[in-house]
Design a protein around this ligand. Structure first.
Ligand SMILES: NC(=O)c1ccc[n+]([C@@H]2O[C@H](COP(=O)([O-])OP(=O)(O)OC[C@H]3O[C@@H](n4cnc5c(N)ncnc54)[C@H](OP(=O)(O)O)[C@@H]3O)[C@@H](O)[C@H]2O)c1
Length: 222
């Protein structure tokens, strides 16, 4: 990734931070705006941030995401809108703003962080699931439009990864039971997701596009 410039959302912690560290180790220059610099709930702010970027972005990773757990019939409109704004609409806006530059330079890699909850279900995750299913659709649609220009678009769908999000949404007892049932017998490490993201975002990936690559220690294969 030497000479490449990457934009990574959600780089302050968890999977996003591991992606930033991996990319930097591979030689990329990484822009990882904090929430104070770029609040993804605010569509106008996303547009303004992208328009003000003075550098050519070669790699975009849409990592930032929220997953408030609530039964479908208790989800408030405002919460639904926030989940969709952060998880789906902001990634769409960033792709729409940055892909034309990639097309003009005939090189680009976009990796969207999806989730196994875009493919399999668990109670309390309806808002999150529709946002991440939308991310899968965005990934496939843009892959088809951008492939002729050497801009490849993929998604990574992690399972249970040891981040604040996972510890917030699952009790310690639930995590013990869950890991016992995971084929691999443990949670994922953010660095393990970052490794896959790094491959898809690099020149070494020259043919895979439009894919949702599951990385879940076998969870969704049971
Ligand atoms: N952990 C898992 O097991 C798992 C599984 C499947 C999918 N995922 C997905 O992987 C991605 C990263 O998850 P994670 O576990 O690393 O999450 P995390 O530890 O909770 O970190 C979330 C990141 O998103 C940022 N963010 C949230 N709301 C934002 C907003 N309004 N504006 C800007 N930034 C915002 C956070 O910034 P602040 O530091 O400012 O809050 C933080 O950097 C998410 O898309 C998540 O849905 C995670």
């Amino acid at each position: 990734m030497i000479g490449r410039i990457a934009l990574v959302t959600g780089g302050s912690r968890g999977i996003g931070r591991a992606v930033v560290e991996r990319f930097e180790k591979l030689g990329a220059r990484v822009l990882a705006p904090s929430r104070a610099e770029l609040d993804l709930r605010d569509g106008a702010a996303v547009e303004a941030y992208a328009a003000a970027l003075g550098e050519p972005i070669d790699i975009l990773v849409n990592d930032a995401g929220i997953n408030p757990i609530a039964a479908y019939d208790t989800i408030a409109d405002a919460d639904l809108q926030e989940v969709l704004a952060v998880n789906l609409i902001a990634p769409f806006r960033l792709c729409r703003a940055l892909a034309p530059g990639m097309v003009a330079r005939r090189y680009g890699r976009i990796v969207n962080i999806s989730s196994i909850w875009s493919l399999v279900a668990k109670p309390g995750r309806a808002a999150y699931a529709i946002s991440k299913s939308g991310v899968n659709g965005l990934t496939r649609s843009l892959a088809v439009e951008l492939a002729p220009h050497n801009v490849l678009v993929n998604a990574v769908a992690p399972g249970f990864v040891a981040t604040e999000l996972t510890y917030r949404n699952n009790t310690p007892e639930a995590l013990v039971a869950l890991t016992a049932n995971l084929p691999i017998g443990r949670l994922g490490d953010p660095a393990e997701i970052a490794e896959l993201v790094a491959f898809l975002a690099s020149e070494r990936n020259s043919f895979a596009t439009g894919q949702v690559v599951v990385c879940d220690g076998g969870y969704s294969s049971l």
